[in-house]
Design a protein around this ligand. Structure first.
Ligand code: F1X
Length: 315
């Protein structure tokens, strides 16, 4: 199987605070803060690597947080290449209420990159494709920092297609529409990102809009409701998958685990939508059981056995 190459222009140092009972306006003590290299594409590469599949993470890194990100990534053993940038790498904070069951996420926007830094990141993608190692899929993940070139993710999709391999994009805002128009093989927005980016009020209409724009498959993660899969060759309906009972835990990175699963399926040259949906839903649920993003519980295979899969015909 070819490796999964992930591209993360706007990575983050992810800080997770687990607190038993969060009261807005109150002061809280945090016993065991977790701090690690994050950002969607790094989480995808971590999960792919954890499950023993080949991965390469490409990302930017700058300033002290960038140095911290580099140290943590090195320690993780995930194969990676970091493009040095002048701007300080951002932080993202997840507040997990272990009693209330709610998680709140605070994503810094990130700082603008220089045009030469964007070119260096794109060049790293080209070099990964030209290296002797076979790449099976390219995954472009995460929000873009302010001032990012609108064409960056579409350009990544084109690079993948020129190399004859599929491209996945997991992002938000106008970048999702741009990736769809470039013909991305898979888009994986969450429910809220999907409605926000398309301006639709209904999940099905919104996903079909992305297919209409040019995306081949749209996987929508919808928390406790599970996951929905729309495919361009099956316009008469969509698949859904969910567990009999939703799991509680830390949902940060659950979507990235879903992307990791879908990327492994695509890289193996088996783009069957049901296989992709099953694996993506199970890995995503297994991520909720872990304290921080970028890893999944070994229970993922058991969870896959429990899934309820449905095909819904639509007019
Ligand atoms: O600002 P983005 O890129 O949309 O989200 C960033 C982020 O919250 O997403 C990951 C979880 O999916 C975290 O590791 C990370 O910091």
């Amino acid at each position: 199987m070819g490796r999964v190459v992930t591209v993360t222009p706007n990575p983050a140092i992810d800080i997770s605070y687990h607190v038993a009972g969060i009261t807005p306006g109150a002061s809280h003590r945090v016993e065991s803060p977790i701090s690690r290299a994050g950002g969607k594409g790094l989480n995808v590469a971590r999960v792919v690597h954890q499950l023993g599949y080949p991965a390469l993470a490409l990302a930017t890194a700058g300033g002290t947080t960038g140095a911290e990100l580099a140290t943590d990534l090195r320690a993780s053993g995930v194969p990676h290449r970091l493009v040095p940038v002048a701007a300080e790498t951002r932080r993202s904070i997840a507040l997990v209420d272990t009693v209330g069951g709610e998680t709140s996420i605070f994503n810094e926007l990130g700082k603008p990159l220089e045009p030469a830094e964007w070119q260096a990141l794109a060049a790293a993608v080209v070099e990964s494709l030209e290296s002797g190692k076979r790449t099976g899929v390219i995954v472009a993940s995460g929000s873009l920092p302010p001032g990012a070139p609108a064409d960056f993710y579409p350009a990544i999709v084109r690079l993948a297609h020129d190399a004859g391999i599929p491209a996945v994009a997991d992002t938000s805002g106008p970048a999702i529409i741009a990736a769809a128009r470039a013909g991305a093989d898979l888009l994986k927005p969450n429910h809220h990102e999907l409605l926000e980016a398309t301006g639709e009020s209904d999940l099905e209409a919104a996903a079909k809009r992305l297919i209409g724009e040019g995306a081949k498959t749209v996987l929508v993660s919808a928390g406790a409701e599970g996951m929905f899969a729309f495919h361009h060759a099956a316009p008469g309906g969509y698949w859904s998958a969910r567990l009999p009972e939703a799991l509680s835990g830390n949902p940060t990175g659950a979507g990235d685990a879903a992307v990791a699963a879908a990327a492994v399926v695509l890289a193996a040259g088996n783009p069957d939508i049901r296989t992709m949906l099953r694996k993506a839903t199970a890995w995503s649920a297994a991520a909720v059981l872990m304290p921080a993003a970028g890893e999944i519980s070994p229970l993922y295979a058991d969870l896959e056995q429990q899934l309820i899969l449905n095909w819904k015909e639509t007019p």
